[in-house]
Design a protein around this ligand. Structure first.
Ligand code: SF4
Ligand code: SF4
Length: 442
C-alpha cells in the first residue's frame, strides 16, 4: 500500500515497546507542585494569588491581558507556599506558584460543565478553550484558542489532527487514542465547530494499527472525520509535514498552516478540549511517557502539572543504572536536563532517562565528507551542511540566505550525518542570531 508521507525525513528506532501496551496510570498526588506562570508560547501570566492563599483544583492562579497567552490553574488543592523564580526545563528561571497539597483535591466552583457542542457558538468554544488554558500538547505549547481564529482575510477549510507521535519512546498519544477514542472524537468535533470547518483528518502512523482501529471505530458515523494512515517516518508529526502528507498542500516558507486553510491540533489537545466543555476542567494534568533503559519500570502516567520530574522517575522505580542523559520530550527534539527538580508543564510529553548506548554523549564530530545525506534527510529541503558551516563561521547573513529560519529543528540531519556534525546546534545558533538582528533593526 502506498501510504501518505512527505519528502525527506529519517527512520529512527521505534523504542516504544516498554510503554506502548501499558494503560495510562494516574500518578501519585505530589506533596507539592511548582506551576510556572509561563509554560506556553506568548506572554507570561501574572499571579492572581499570593503566598498563604488556599487554592482549589482548577482555580485560575495566573493570567495576562496579552493577546497571545494562556492562563494557568492550580492542579492540586492546598496552600500557596511561595511565588518566585524556579528552574524550568531548558535551564530557564520562570516565575512560578508553589502549592503544598492538602491531599483533599477539592474542586473549584468554577469547574462545571460548560455546555454541549450543539448549544455553544464557535466563539463560545474558543472562549472556553482560552479560559481552560489549553495549549498544544504535542510539545509546542502554542495557545489553542489563538490558532482557531484565522487572521483577517484568511479562512480555514480543514482541521488536521496529529496522532502520529513520530518521536521514539513516546506513547502518550498512542495510549490516549486507544483509551479515550470517544473523547478524542468529541474534542475534534468541538475544534471543527470552533474553526468553522466541516472536515477533519486524523493522521496516525501505520506502526499503531490498534489506535487506527480504535479511532476509526469511534469516528465511524461522525460526519466529516476521516482517519488517515501515514507512513512511519520521522518527523511525520511536524505541522508542515503532516499537512503535506495528508492534503498535499505546501505551507510556504515562513508561513503557517492557516496560509493553506488548515488548522492543526494534537489528539491530547482534543481530549483537553472535550474535558473543558463537558466538565469545565481546565488543563491541570496531562499524560507523560516516562521511559528509557535507565528507568526501572517505564510507564505512561497522568500527571498533575507542576509535579517534579524526579517524583515521576521515583514513581517508576527510579534508575536501574546511571543515565547518560535525562531528556524532557522525545530524544530527537527534546531538551536535556541537568536537574530532575524541574516541573512537568503543559508541553511535557515525555521524561526519558537514556543510557550511553541510547544517546551520543561524546564529542566525536569529524569533518564534513560532503556525502549529502543531511540534504536528503531534511524534510524542509534545506542544505544543513551549508547553513551550519556559515553559522560556525559567524556568517549569519549567508545562513539566512540559505533559509536557516525555515529549519524546524527536527534533528534528522544530525541523526543521519556519518561525521556526527552538530548540525542542529549550529543551525539553532544561526536562527537565534538572525532573529536577534531582526529585532535590533525594528
Ligand atoms: S536543517 Fe533543520 S529541518 Fe532540516 S533536517 Fe536539520 S534540523 Fe531538520
Ligand atoms: S551528512 Fe554530514 S558529512 Fe554528509 S554532507 Fe551533511 S554534514 Fe557533511
Amino acid at each position: 500500500m502506498n501510504l501518505r508521507s512527505f519528502l525527506g525525513g529519517t527512520h529512527v528506532p521505534y523504542s516504544k515497546e516498554s510503554t506502548a501496551s501499558k494503560p495510562v496510570r494516574q500518578a501519585r498526588l505530589p506533596a507539592r507542585v511548582t506551576i510556572p506562570l509561563h509554560q506556553h508560547t506568548g506572554a507570561p501570566c501574572e499571579p492572581l494569588v499570593k503566598a498563604g492563599d488556599h487554592v482549589l483544583v482548577g482555580q485560575k492562579i495566573g493570567d495576562s491581558p496579552a493577546k497571545l497567552t494562556a492562563p494557568v490553574h492550580a492542579s492540586v488543592s492546598g496552600k500557596v507556599a511561595a511565588i518566585g523564580y524556579y528552574l524550568q526545563s531548558g535551564g530557564r528561571l520562570v516565575n512560578s506558584v508553589v502549592i503544598e497539597s492538602d491531599g483533599e483535591q477539592q474542586l473549584s466552583p468554577d469547574v462545571k460543565p460548560r455546555g454541549t457542542i450543539e448549544n455553544l457558538s464557535p466563539g463560545d468554544i474558543v472562549g472556553i478553550i482560552r479560559d481552560a488554558g489549553i495549549v498544544g500538547l504535542g510539545g509546542a505549547a502554542f495557545p489553542t484558542y489563538f490558532k482557531l481564529v484565522p487572521p483577517p482575510g484568511k479562512r480555514f477549510d480543514t482541521l488536521v489532527v496529529n496522532g502520529s507521535e513520530c518521536e521514539p519512546y513516546l506513547t502518550a498519544d498512542h495510549r490516549i487514542m486507544l483509551e479515550r477514542p470517544n473523547d478524542v472524537t468529541y474534542g475534534i468535533r468541538a475544534l471543527m465547530k470552533a474553526a468553522g470547518v466541516d472536515r477533519a483528518f486524523l493522521g496516525i502512523e501505520d506502526n499503531k494499527p490498534d489506535a487506527i482501529e480504535a479511532m476509526r471505530r469511534a469516528a465511524s458515523g461522525v460526519p466529516g472525520i476521516e482517519v488517515v494512515v501515514l507512513a512511519t517516518k520521522y518527523p511525520q508529526g511536524a505541522e508542515k509535514q503532516l499537512v503535506k502528507a495528508i492534503l498535499g498542500r505546501e505551507i510556504p516558507s515562513g508561513g503557517l498552516p492557516v496560509d493553506v486553510g488548515v488548522v492543526v491540533n494534537n489528539v491530547g489537545t482534543a481530549v483537553a478540549v472535550a474535558e473543558a466543555l463537558e466538565k469545565g476542567m481546565p488543563l491541570v494534568e496531562r499524560v507523560v511517557t516516562v521511559a528509557g533503559s535507565c528507568i526501572r519500570e517505564p510507564q505512561n502516567l497522568k500527571v498533575k502539572i507542576g509535579t517534579a520530574i524526579g517524583d515521576l522517575i521515583e514513581e517508576c522505580g527510579g534508575f536501574v543504572k546511571e543515565p547518560a542523559k535525562v531528556i524532557i520530550g522525545g530524544p530527537m527534539m527534546g531538551v536535556a536536563q541537568f536537574s530532575t527538580d524541574v516541573p512537568v508543564t503543559k508541553g511535557t510529553s515525555g521524561v526519558l532517562a537514556l543510557s550511553k548506548d541510547e544517546v551520543e554523549v561524546e564529542d566525536t564530530s569529524m569533518p564534513c565528507v560532503r556525502c549529502g545525506k543531511c540534504v536528503g534527510a531534511c524534510p524542509m529541503r534545506l542544505l544543513p551542511l551549508f547553513i551550519s558551516q556559515r553559522a560556525e563561521a559567524g556568517r549569519f547573513d549567508e545562513a539566512e540566505e540559505y533559509n536557516a529560519l525555515d529549519c524546524i529543528e527536527c534533528g534528522s540531519c544530525g541523526y543521519i550525518c556519518p561525521s556526527r556534525r552538530p548540525l542542529v546546534q549550529a543551525i539553532r545558533l544561526a536562527k537565534s542570531e538572525i532573529m536577534a538582528r531582526r529585532r535590533k533593526k525594528q
